[in-house]
Design a binder for this molecule. Structure first.
Ligand SMILES: Cc1ncc(COP(=O)(O)O)c(C=O)c1O
Length: 383
């Protein structure tokens, strides 16, 4: 069997298992509404939690950024790729999060590789929550450090691992991407301090959404930015752009600037996008009404889902997973919803554990109460 035949065989196997993936093209996006050749849909699958992706001020900022600084950065950050817009965005992030410095990356995936691979060496041990994002798992797999995973949210198991590996690096997420729950960060931080371990936090789904001015899960739970060795968050979720950053002390960031290969040998983010992300941070900080509206929508969904007797995971965030179990059944419900004008993707293994295929409902500040009522009504008819 040659290589292409092997690929074709694996695609067939994936289809037979009901796990084949596609990326349907969307022709128009207006926040809560999506449109393609087949029709218009209410969107319950995006990460535009604050509804900023179509915000006119942000669209204007992107155009202004392109006019002032150019579309592309034209180089790696250490050559010609770091522009005024990168500096302005970095300063705004430092002011917002109360950190010394940040380093910008073109994706959260890349930033996570750096966080786990370049802040460790072969004498270190990484301890990851079992449900950490694929980018963190891949980063740990390819790090020189050893790594162990502890059962999701199991602090007793983490404590035991820390006794075995006292100065380990504990890796967790502020809001878990597939379950929508949050760890008890003060407890995790206390365990780290007790064992002289360091905390690495991926706050992709909490930045802009949780905490004062949307600083994130750590702020919402009373931690200081200095309680983490390194914080990662990305611009592709609530901030409605693309790219990511690592944040922390001046020494840690300067060290990464010297040694992080994903940073040094990669084209810097678009300066136009950086300018737009600076405005996105300003809007996230100042427009608390977006977080209030999102929280109202979360509460409404949870109340209606409880009344309907749905098995929704215990999440208080914009990610509300409705567990279906069987992948084919989840796909069938998702397809039926689409026929009724609702875009709600089924999430299947290997993205989630076997037997826990789900409809991962994501809410946005742009949803109206009637959108959520319509969704729950349709789900009640189908489940
Ligand atoms: C928790 C988490 N970390 C990291 C990433 C990767 O970020 P990016 O999409 O910017 O590569 C994602 C999602 O995409 C995520 O959900």
């Amino acid at each position: 069997m040659d290589r292409l035949q092997r690929f074709a065989q694996q695609i067939l196997e994936r289809k037979a298992a009901g796990l084949y993936r596609q990326h349907p093209a969307i022709d128009s996006y207006q926040g809560r509404l999506l449109q393609n050749k087949q029709g218009a849909y209410l969107n319950f699958s995006g990460n535009d939690y604050l509804g900023l992706a179509t915000e006119p001020q942000l669209i204007k900022a992107l155009a202004e950024g392109a006019e002032r600084f150019g579309v592309g950065s034209s180089g790696s950050p250490l050559v010609t790729g770091f522009h005024y817009a990168h500096r302005a965005l970095s300063d705004e992030l430092c002011d917002w999060l109360g950190v010394d410095d940040v380093l910008l990356f073109s994706s959260g995936f890349a930033a996570n590789q750096v966080m786990l691979q370049h802040l460790t060496d072969k004498t270190d041990q990484l301890l990851l929550d079992k449900l950490c994002h694929a980018s963190l798992i891949d980063a740990a797999l390819h790090a020189d450090a050893g790594y162990k995973r502890f059962p999701h949210q199991d602090l007793a198991a983490l404590d035991m691992l820390l006794q075995r590996y006292p100065s380990a690096l504990v890796v967790t997420e502020g809001v878990f991407s597939m379950d929508g729950d949050s760890p008890d960060l003060p407890a995790v931080s206390a365990l780290c301090k007790k064992n002289k371990a360091d905390l690495l936090l991926d706050d992709a789904h909490a930045l802009g959404v949780l905490g004062a001015e949307g600083r994130g899960s750590w702020d919402a739970q009373g931690l200081q930015s200095g309680d983490m060795l390194c914080l990662m968050a990305n611009f592709g979720k609530a901030l409605a752009g693309q790219g990511a950053f690592l944040a922390g002390s001046a020494t840690m960031i300067d060290y990464l600037r010297q040694f992080a290969r994903h940073y040094i040998y990669s084209t810097a983010l678009s300066p136009a996008l950086c300018w737009a992300m600076k405005i996105s941070v300003e809007l996230s900080r100042s427009q608390g009404w977006r977080r209030d509206k999102l929280n109202d929508n979360i509460q409404l969904f949870k109340t209606l889902a409880a009344d309907a007797g749905f098995t929704v995971l215990p999440s208080n965030t914009a990610i509300q997973p409705l567990i279906i179990g069987d992948s084919d059944k989840a796909m069938l419900i998702s397809a039926s919803l689409k026929k009724q004008g609702i875009w709600l993707s089924a999430i299947r293994p290997p993205t989630v554990p076997q037997g826990s295929a789900r409809l991962r409902i994501t809410l946005s500040a742009l949803h109206q109460s009637d959108d959520i009522r319509f969704l729950v009504q349709k789900l009640e008819q189908l489940i």
